[in-house]
Design a protein around this ligand. Structure first.
Ligand code: NAD
Length: 330
């Protein structure tokens, strides 16, 4: 069955649905003919906005509520065939500055969601978007799913716990769930204002404005990148494939880049300067060094491969932000 057929006429809830990944996913789900409900708290410093869903604003139901409060979830989960649990606090630095907020948003919210499903919808299928940050410092590259999980920030610990709420409720109550550990994802509709969404968004904003990009410690750190459309496809495959249920998987890309190489690709589309500066102490203690993930386990089950490379993805991304500069970065 095609993905379009799998979602046509199905009832889908996306938590964090006004954010970067949620809105891109919702646009695809609407195209496939799903009945889509988006839940979002619109916490101001997070990545959600109504502009993100402007192409589908009249074709989705939007529920503005906060998953830290369990009440609305009891109703929202009822009658849903699929729930994509994307709501979260994404900043590693903020998780150290305000660990209680990270705990509430990433753990309590997910606990409330799986509990609501246990009470009202055990037949639902769920997908949770976790992060490569759960591994901490890579002990070997590429990182596979059996790599030890030794998070080096509060966010990594809370995301790991939330993964296991999903997997526990899958194993114990049969509420089918799959977990994807995402790496750096980029593309249209990501918040690039402010410094909370990771270095790629900061570099992008500075590049668009023609300002100077600072590379910490020379920029030799290695990362992998996924374009958002590829991650959306991975989420759709992950939640529909029986072989993914009760399991966790890395995403990743076909090629890893140093930050210098990332900046070189970005320079093909924007004119800006680059400088090397010493690594700030507060950032260095939560930096994981070099990372790139092995996604062969997910590929083996679903056949997924990233289709958009960094250059093509950045070209599309820059075009989107130039077109929508008043909204995202001016
Ligand atoms: N973007 C990436 O590169 C990346 C990498 C790894 C993991 N992830 C994970 O994917 C998920 C989505 O990330 P994103 O980049 O779309 O972030 P985002 O900030 O753009 O979107 C998250 C959305 O969740 C909403 N939200 C947060 N707490 C909520 C709550 N308690 N109740 C209801 N809504 C709430 C926010 O308002 C926001 O709209 C997150 O869980 C994140 O940890 C993302």
């Amino acid at each position: 069955m095609s993905l379009a057929d799998a979602f046509h006429g199905r009832n889908v809830l996306v938590t964090g649905g006004l954010g970067f990944l949620g809105s891109n996913l919702a646009i695809k789900l609407v195209r496939y003919g799903a009945n889509v409900t988006l839940l979002d708290s619109l916490i101001p410093q997070f990545g959600g906005s109504f502009f993100n869903i402007s192409p589908i604003r009249n074709q989705v139901v939007v529920n503005i509520s906060d998953m830290r409060d369990a009440n609305s979830l009891d109703i929202l989960v009822q009658g849903k065939d699929y729930i994509f649990n994307l709501a979260g606090q994404v900043s590693h630095g903020d998780s150290m500055r305000d660990p209680q907020l990270d705990l509430a948003v990433n753990c309590v919210s997910t606990m409330n969601l799986v509990e609501a499903c246990r009470k009202h919808n055990v037949g639902v299928r769920m997908l949770y978007t976790s992060t490569r940050q759960v591994y901490g410092w890579p002990q070997k590259l590429p990182v596979t799913e059996d790599h030890p999980t030794v998070p080096i920030d509060v966010n990594g610990i809370n995301k790991l716990a939330a993964e296991y709420y999903h997997l526990l409720y899958d194993g114990t109550y049969g509420i089918r769930s799959t977990v994807l550990r995402l790496t750096n994802t980029f593309g249209p509709r990501q918040r690039i204002r402010g410094n909370r969404q990771g270095f790629a968004t900061i570099f992008l904003r500075l590049a668009l404005r023609g300002e100077t990009v600072s590379l910490f410690g020379g920029g030799g750190q290695i990362r992998d990148f996924n374009y958002v459309d590829d991650v959306v496809t991975a989420m759709l495959l992950g939640i529909t494939n029986d072989g993914c249920m009760g399991k966790l998987f890395n995403l990743g890309s076909l090629r890893a880049y140093s930050l210098i190489q990332f900046v070189d690709v970005l320079k093909k589309f924007c004119a800006f300067k680059v400088e090397s500066v010493p690594f700030p102490e507060d950032k260095k203690i939560i930096d994981i060094g070099d990372y790139y993930g092995d996604f062969s386990k997910f590929h083996g089950v679903t056949g997924w491969n990233p289709a958009v490379d960094l250059e093509e993805g950045l070209e599309k991304t820059v075009a989107f932000y130039r077109e929508n500069k008043e909204v995202y970065w001016q």
